[in-house]
Design a protein around this ligand. Structure first.
Ligand SMILES: [Zn+2]
Length: 474
């Protein structure tokens, strides 16, 4: 999700308070946040190394009786009022556009703001009555899902892609019978990485899994390459999970991986591409958003009062400009320097290898239902923006053809607002990858970041349709 500039100071201040509390359980909690002591919940059943890197046990950040409102207005008074509320840490910004903003109203201020908005004649609508309820109802426990739904489509015993399997394939099948990933729930990192490893072991002819770097806390950043190795293939990069709380992003990216693998031998387009896909680029933040604070956005650099760097402000094209904060407490903190973070460095190091014929860079976020192309650093557009727009329109149409909503298309700096240090600006501006897009997936504000898991399948299916449309045009 892009972050509105007007909200930066306020949001970061509020997030700083979260960080202080969660980093130091002895700190007196902010009165605006309800706390529940307990061990970081929902540990995965898988008992591998990744669990030992959890930061917990922590107090979980609770949002009981906090609400999400859509507030609309265009005049200065409206902007000033919201800025004041942000500065007082009474609200946090979620998203929206130039006329309407989604704001999270902290529980102790709901009544007061109800009255003051009424007096100021600010139009608003309560979108989420009780944010903690929405969080609690978002994601069914993975343990309740039918195991059959998590096993993926197993290849037949002796054949694969119409050819006899190699000995290694058959052996791999017996080693790793299944995986735990589904697209009916949001899964922990270990399930997602387990799924990638499963594909690498089950389909070694086309899938290979590589760790392209390690997070601040030492978690692997895993990338899967899907390729038949044919010379002349186009190279396509996809990533998800730069922003921790945007759970629909890794869910959709893993769905896309699954579609590519399952349809590989029946869709010539898929075979003409070398796919490089990293579903969780910010593994520390992702786990933290499961364990501690559902609304965590940044990575987990540092500790205490102001933790984390916004990875999508840390890429090195015109780094440090508008829409990226120099304040470490800010939710859009850009970091010490361009590529100061190991997560962004991993992407830079991989993509800047010589001899990979990159055609497209696709980064998945939520929410808002936008297809965005550069530039983000200001409201100008690249010289070839008409071509980016043409291909983007194909993606918009493809999403509608599979029953999805109409996504808005445009350059991010123009359609939304300037934000410097984004990965798509770097991909195009520095690396020269012509087709660089950021896809902001569902929804448009009904649930925002807390999108119920039953929306994973339709959202991911439209994301796959968009990818297919883009790749067929580049
Ligand atoms: Zn985002």
């Amino acid at each position: 999700m892009w972050q509105l500039p007007v909200t930066i100071a306020v949001v970061l201040l509020s997030q700083g308070i979260y960080s202080r509390n969660t980093g130091d359980p002895g700190f007196l909690p902010s009165p605006s946040i309800n706390w529940m002591r307990g061990v970081a919940a929902r540990m995965s059943r898988n008992n591998n190394n990744e669990q030992t890197m959890d930061e917990g046990p922590f107090d979980r950040v609770m949002y009981n009786n906090s609400q999400v409102w859509k507030a609309c207005g265009t005049d200065d008074k409206f902007q000033q009022e919201l800025a004041k509320l942000k500065n007082n840490n009474m609200i946090a910004m979620w998203g929206g556009n130039v006329t309407c903003l989604d704001i999270m109203v902290r529980a102790p201020y709901v009544k007061k703001l109800n009255e003051s908005f009424g007096k100021s004649k600010i139009n608003f609508e309560v979108i989420i009555e009780n944010l903690q309820d929405a969080i609690d109802n978002e994601n069914p426990p993975v343990e309740t899902l039918e195991l059959d739904n998590r096993q993926g489509k197993k290849p037949s015993n002796r054949m694969y892609l119409g050819r006899p399997k190699t000995y290694r394939q058959v052996e791999a099948d017996s080693v790793n019978e299944s995986h735990r990933l589904s697209w009916q729930a949001y899964h922990r990192l270990t399930d997602i990485h387990g799924y990638l490893d499963y594909l690498g072991e089950t389909y070694p002819q086309i899938c290979s899994v590589k760790t392209i770097g390690s997070s601040v806390q030492g978690r692997p950043i895993k990338m899967i390459k899907i390729s038949n190795g044919r010379a002349g293939n186009k190279a396509i990069w996809m990533d998800g999970g730069i922003h921790a709380r945007e759970w629909i992003s890794p869910a959709s990216v893993t769905y896309i991986i699954n579609q590519i693998v399952l349809k590989y031998d029946s869709d010539p387009l898929l075979e003409s591409v070398d796919w490089y896909i990293t579903p969780v680029l910010n593994p520390d933040g992702y786990e933290y958003s499961h364990n501690v604070d559902r609304l965590w956005r940044k990575n987990r650099r540092g500790s205490g009062f102001c933790t984390g760097t916004d990875l999508n402000r840390n890429f090195g094209h015109k780094w440090g400009g508008p829409g990226a904060s120099a304040n470490p407490c800010a939710e859009t903190y850009r970091g010490n320097s361009a590529f100061s973070e190991p997560e962004t460095t991993a992407v830079r190091n991989f993509i800047s290898q010589p001899n990979i014929p990159w055609k497209a860079y696709l980064s998945f976020h939520s929410y808002g239902q936008y297809i965005l192309y550069p530039w983000g650093f200001d409201s100008s557009v690249p010289a070839d923006y008409r071509e980016l727009d043409r291909v983007g329109q194909k993606a918009v149409a493809a999403i509608q053809q599979v029953g999805g909503p109409r996504y808005a298309l445009g350059s991010s700096g123009k359609l939304l607002y300037p934000a410097t240090g984004g990965s798509d600006d770097w991909a195009k501006g520095t690396m020269g990858i012509k087709y660089a897009y950021t896809l902001e997936l569902r929804d448009n504000g009904r649930y925002g970041f807390v999108l119920p898991a039953h929306y994973i399948q339709p959202t991911a299916a439209e994301a796959y349709a968009a990818v297919r449309a883009i790749v067929s045009e580049v």
